[in-house]
Design a protein around this ligand. Sequence first.
Ligand code: SAM
Ligand code: SF4
Length: 348
Amino acid sequence: MSNVLKDAYNRPIRDLRVSLTDRCNFRCFYCLPHGEPPIAPKDQMLSYEEIAYVCEIFVALGIEKIRLTGGEPMMRRDIETIIGKLSQLKLSDKLQLVDEINNQKPQGLQDLALTTNGYFLPDRAQSLKDAGLDRITISLDSLKRDVFKRMTGVDVLDRVLTGIDAARKADLKPIKINAVIVRGHNEDEVADFAAFAREHDVKMRFIEFMPLDSGHDWSRADVVSGREIRERINARFPLEPIDVPRGSETSSRYRFVDGAPGEIGIIAPVTEPFCGACSRIRLTADGQIRTCLFSTVEHSLRDVLRSGASREEIVDYIKAVVLKKEPRHFINDPGFVAPSRTMSFIGG
Ligand code: SAM
Ligand code: SF4
């Protein structure tokens, strides 16, 4: 097990989120509410070759899951190209042996996933699958056209629903649907989303609103707690916990007591933090490693990479950065300071 990256609190790091771009065609008010944001200059963005190179090293060091995100990752040209390159990391013989590091053969990437707003899926779901994507998470904040438009800034609910169908037809399973629940916007739709999960046999994941909006308008009063979400669903569709060890998963998982298809996941980082088992690390589109969503510092893997560092030097750099991973987030502490880069620039 020596090729598992571990932080200073002995948490194994198995899960890498890679942001492909900080651009987005939506303006979700809880993420990127205003106008044209300052995006990273093109020469600072990691190329697909650079992303593939560092991901191979991460996988050799024990990363098992890679999730592509953004911004809107499908805005990056030819996303199928990078999916194709990363899917090769599932074949352990494509990985450079890490003998020189620790004499162990890495087992290879186990899971390649994508989080998207769904806009481009009607035409592209099959090409993602063909390129080697395993599964997909699609954001969907409302089932009502007017609320969807108010929350995302775009009037495209039907298109996203068509995208979900296209993902199903392309067998990008299990399909997960993310909804950020915000007071005064969509908390009255929580049970309707549960009905949607039952009807369409998807994993519906409800996310508490976090202070990561670029407008810095987050307020605790707007957070709908995981507990309230559970109670709202239970009142219409009784739930029971799925009895599997949660491990490093972000969500607590439930099934319907009546045996209906679909699943409920509740991600409650504000009211029920799960930092103690966190296995995640992030790479921004401009090549910065972030050890926590709420980190106030970043580590420039891009600079190391472009300085001509050897593979061993990059390995040492990544290991040293992982040791700096924060013990937990500080959202609930007095004096909490939100990170200067917000969700769409970090990669959610
Ligand atoms: N654009 C893609 C999408 O929307 O799915 C991927 C990137 S987005 C940043 C990833 C996830 O973060 C989405 O499910 C989004 O709803 C969630 N998110 C964004 N801002 C958030 C916030 N302030 N609090 C909680 N979740 C947030
Ligand atoms: Fe774009 Fe996703 Fe942020 Fe919405 S949540 S603005 S779709 S990056």
